[in-house]
Design a protein around this ligand. Structure first.
Ligand code: OFO
Length: 166
């Protein structure tokens, strides 16, 4: 595997672990606010992002390429309310989608077909992730950031399970 691509995949491993870190921090904040369903959703998202990082990690190992784990930044949370939190999540996932497209393009340019296949999986995954986050945002915009309906949404999010295909 070309060295430049190995660096790019290692950098994406960092980005996935940093995503996981952001969601874990968000989970702790919701837990402290007593919104246990939101906390659970974020913690499940942490788990999914860890799976994504390991998918890339295993891919490098399979290709006999070099794994170079990088330092992770401290997660900075810019939200106060559930609505702001999910606006942050959507913005973050759109940023990740941009990175995935970039990595896919690099794989195309290098004619690295296995990496193109793997990136295709990530591209599909990002469509699903952005869609599910938009659905929660729609609900939050309808119910607002407080009151009984927010608690109902909190209960709904408590039911989220880790997607076995994630
Ligand atoms: Fe949130 O998605 Fe990973 O790639």
């Amino acid at each position: 595997m070309k060295e430049q691509l190995q660096h790019a995949v290692n950098d994406q491993i960092r980005a996935e672990f940093e995503s996981a870190y952001i969601y874990l921090a968000a989970s702790a904040r919701f837990d402290a606010q007593g919104l246990n369903g939101f906390a659970h959703w974020m913690r499940t998202q942490w788990e999914e992002e860890t799976v994504h990082a390991l998918k890339l990690y295993d891919f490098l190992l399979q290709r006999d390429a070099q794994v170079e784990l990088q330092a992770l930044s401290k997660p900075e949370l810019s939200f106060e309310t559930p609505l702001e939190a999910f606006e942050m999540v959507l913005e973050h996932e759109q940023y990740i989608t941009g990175r995935i497209y970039e990595l896919y393009q690099q794989a195309v340019d290098a004619r690295d077909y296995p990496l193109q296949n793997l990136m295709q999986w990530f591209i599909d995954e990002q469509v699903e992730e952005e869609d599910s986050v938009r659905a929660i945002l729609d609900d939050l915009r309808l119910v607002g950031d407080s009151g009984a309906t927010l608690l109902l949404l909190d209960r709904e999010l408590a039911a989220r399970q880790l997607d076995p295909g994630a």
